[in-house]
Design a protein. Sequence first.
Length: 115
Amino acid sequence: MVHHDRIYGVTEVPDVKTLANQLFHYTWTGCTGYQLCQYLFLNDSFSEDSKQEFAVFRITELDYIKIKSITISCRNFTEHHLEMALNAAMESKLNMGMYGLKLESAEEHQCDLCA
């Protein structure tokens, strides 16, 4: 994860289809995050104008373990492809390091990236 010092405004989503819709059809500020069950999807992009990159974390009792990164590309990429990528990411057994993330609910979040 490139932007480990960001404070993320996290929104809970009910299922993979909703998450895929949000990630595929919209461009988000760098402080946007989503939670689906025990997984976090945090925007790790450099800007809203660049490809959208989301770091995927598994939430544990002690910390957040990065398990995957997903780059959302418009070229030859459909919402269905994104749903498959999200499911594959959540099934990942990788451990790319533990992070102490700064998270807030989307309702209370304010920072320079979203101002």
